[in-house]
Design a protein around this ligand. Structure first.
Ligand SMILES: Cc1cc2nc3c(=O)[nH]c(=O)nc-3n(C[C@H](O)[C@H](O)[C@H](O)COP(=O)(O)OP(=O)(O)OC[C@H]3O[C@@H](n4cnc5c(N)ncnc54)[C@H](O)[C@@H]3O)c2cc1C
Ligand SMILES: NC(=O)c1ccc[n+]([C@@H]2O[C@H](COP(=O)([O-])OP(=O)(O)OC[C@H]3O[C@@H](n4cnc5c(N)ncnc54)[C@H](OP(=O)(O)O)[C@@H]3O)[C@@H](O)[C@H]2O)c1
Length: 271
């Protein structure tokens, strides 16, 4: 997947060099950049990245780091908004180009913000999959939990491809198996759904949770339980709001770094 590129001397403040770019659809792409030697982060956190604006000032946006904390490089999974101030330009980056990366990671989708449990749910829509691309490659995920359920809801099948392929690669990777421990791959249960294009599983994950389809499909008796189940949520504001209500209906409480509880939520974008 990576296409090596010559690393140029930095010319921007907090500059990092683009190493590879992959376009998934006309609205989605992923890319890898060099990692600042000083950057430490917890898998699931986000940073500010961007380009120099036409006015000579940095144009920055929040981005989840899609790679795990142990990776030598940084990966990002991005939308392309045609008239978006940043992504109308960012979508054209090439290996060897530079981006700005402020090395101050923050975020709530971290293991520290959850109380111990047996099963963790990652609920994503669209590019909200990005923090889970990091956490799915984080050994602690498999040390802490017996089961990892990943739901990803997108409009079309093509929008699922980055996540589908990543999970397939994670499950087959021998080096990751060594890092994450025997049998880690069997803990992952992937549950993709589409809402506007025909696919094997249709419907919003919220509807499929409310009518019990998810639990029947995954043979989970009694639904989500506060004693055993933990959840991380990343999608649009409306999605986060609806999933939060469902999780609270099951008796789970929203946690934070300072006060770990049973679930945590983060916006995949504003607006
Ligand atoms: C905590 C956090 C983490 C984020 N992580 C990511 C990430 O990993 N990948 C990513 O692509 N974006 C992410 N975003 C969104 C990102 O910050 C920008 O909004 C996005 O890059 C578009 O920037 P822009 O300047 O082109 O357009 P903006 O002016 O920022 O957005 C224009 C409009 O495009 C839509 N939009 C923006 N971002 C998205 C998106 N990701 N998916 C669907 N619609 C969108 C919204 O309707 C928004 O009002 C994150 C946002 C937050 C708050
Ligand atoms: N994806 C595209 O092809 C496309 C194309 C042009 C413009 N846009 C614009 O880009 C923005 C983001 O689009 P997006 O597709 O990335 O994100 P999105 O609109 O948040 O939708 C992503 C997925 O989440 C589902 N979803 C949305 N709200 C939900 C909720 N409250 N509960 C459960 N599921 C929910 C959607 O189902 P539903 O389909 O049922 O809403 C869809 O499957 C939107 O403003 C959109 O108008 C998107």
């Amino acid at each position: 997947m990576t296409q090596a590129a010559a690393v140029k001397a930095p010319t921007l403040p907090d500059a990092q060099t683009v190493l590879s770019v992959q376009h998934w659809t006309d609205r989605l792409f992923s890319f890898r950049v060099t990692r600042p030697a000083s950057l430490r982060f917890r898998s699931g956190e986000f940073v500010m990245i961007g380009l120099m604006g036409d006015n000579g000032k940095p144009l920055l946006r929040a981005y989840s780091i899609a790679s795990p904390s142990w990776d030598d490089e940084l990966e990002f999974y991005s939308i392309k908004v045609q008239d978006g101030p940043l992504t109308s330009k960012l979508q054209h980056i090439q290996p060897g180009d530079q981006i700005i990366l402020r090395p101050k990671p923050v975020g709530t989708l971290v293991h520290d913000a959850l109380l111990p449990g047996k099963r963790i749910w990652f609920f994503a829509t669209g590019t909200g999959f990005a923090p889970f691309a990091s956490l799915l490659r984080e050994p602690q995920t498999y040390e802490d939990y017996d089961e990892v359920i990943v739901t990803h809801t997108c409009r079309d099948v093509a929008e699922l491809e980055y996540g589908r392929r990543l999970i397939e690669e994670i499950k087959a990777d021998e080096m990751l198996a060594e890092l994450m421990g025997d049998g880690f791959a069997d803990k992952i249960r992937y549950y993709p759904t589409t809402t506007r294009e025909q696919s094997p599983r249709m419907g919003r994950i919220t509807t499929l949770l409310e009518d019990g389809t998810v639990f029947r499909d995954l043979s989970i008796e009694g639904g989500i339980k506060p004693e055993t189940d933990r959840a991380m949520v990343c999608g649009s504001l409306a999605f986060n709001h609806d999933i939060k209500a469902i999780l609270e209906g099951f008796g789970l409480r929203e946690g934070a770094n300072s006060e770990p509880k049973e679930f945590v939520v983060e916006k995949a974008f504003v607006g």
